[in-house]
Design a protein around this ligand. Sequence first.
Ligand SMILES: NC(=O)c1ccc[n+]([C@@H]2O[C@H](COP(=O)([O-])OP(=O)(O)OC[C@H]3O[C@@H](n4cnc5c(N)ncnc54)[C@H](O)[C@@H]3O)[C@@H](O)[C@H]2O)c1
Length: 312
Amino acid sequence: MQKRTVFIVGGGGMVGASSAQVLAVKEIASDIALIDIDQQLVRGQAMDISHATAYTKSVSVRVGDYSEIKEDDIVVITSGVSQQPGQTRMDLLATNAKITEQVARSAMEQGKPIFILVVANPVDVLTHIALKTSGLPKERVFGTGTTLDTARLKVSLANRLHVSQKEVQAYVMGEHGDSSFPALSGATIGGLPLADFPGFRHHEFETIKHDIRNAVYEIIAAKKSTYYGIGHVVAKIVEALLHDAASIYPVCSLTEGEYGLHGVVLGLPSLVSARGVRILDHYPLTENEHKQLQDSAKVIRGALEKVPQTIV
Ligand SMILES: NC(=O)c1ccc[n+]([C@@H]2O[C@H](COP(=O)([O-])OP(=O)(O)OC[C@H]3O[C@@H](n4cnc5c(N)ncnc54)[C@H](O)[C@@H]3O)[C@@H](O)[C@H]2O)c1
């Protein structure tokens, strides 16, 4: 079988380079090709990350080109502007919609059935654009969705309850943005419902929700951008695709009736395997959580309406 390549568009930037670094050092991908409009930056990143592979078996990190894209390769889109202090993810829409459309078009120039993983923000809307532009089946085009928010939730609960992160089963769902919500009613710790776990206090629900939503603003205020957490998230999702891990992550893909939602892209627990992505329906949600999911869908639909018809 031909070696599959993971292309990272925007690989000169912080998120792209961090993703490449985890993919390389953890030996998840053996051929990692970085693409960026900033040629000097991307060359430097590829060189630097390639030196981190000295003690791996055989991993190549290099500058790549769209013309090399083959069947079943994975194209990760991290290209675009990132949040500045005071900006929301939705403020990036006008610029990043155009970039995502261009990138998806270029990725499809060879006409190959590939997988596209969108990371740039606002990720739900940009995933919709990549899906429409590429013309690929919906299971092949998805975004990181609320996987990073979920990682933040797992860490927050683990710290509060003094258990390992691995014992925390809980998802943040909806928009990867200000309308996301932790679906805590179905959360379990080592198989025990969260509400019954020793030390969990109900009044902390709102604080946890607030902390997860605001993590991005806190990190940006402190160090201008976030990239280590998302780099690891990208690597885990790519691993599930490349190695058929059949893992469950709340990635975002197009709904077709799941949770009563039609034609909207947002983060929901989904199975990620060699076939791509499949939303898992029927996660138990309370009435209030169901309403939060519908409200989140409304926010994304509203944003999508602002994208020129020529793009979606
Ligand atoms: N989904 C998530 O959970 C998540 C988390 C963190 C950041 N992000 C998003 O990831 C994106 C990247 O963030 P960053 O901190 O790496 O920004 P960055 O500015 O460091 O990097 C962006 C890179 O994209 C490149 N680029 C721009 N237009 C391009 C094009 N047409 N083709 C190829 N490359 C192009 C730039 O040259 C730059 O190197 C932002 O939109 C940010 O909001 C998403």
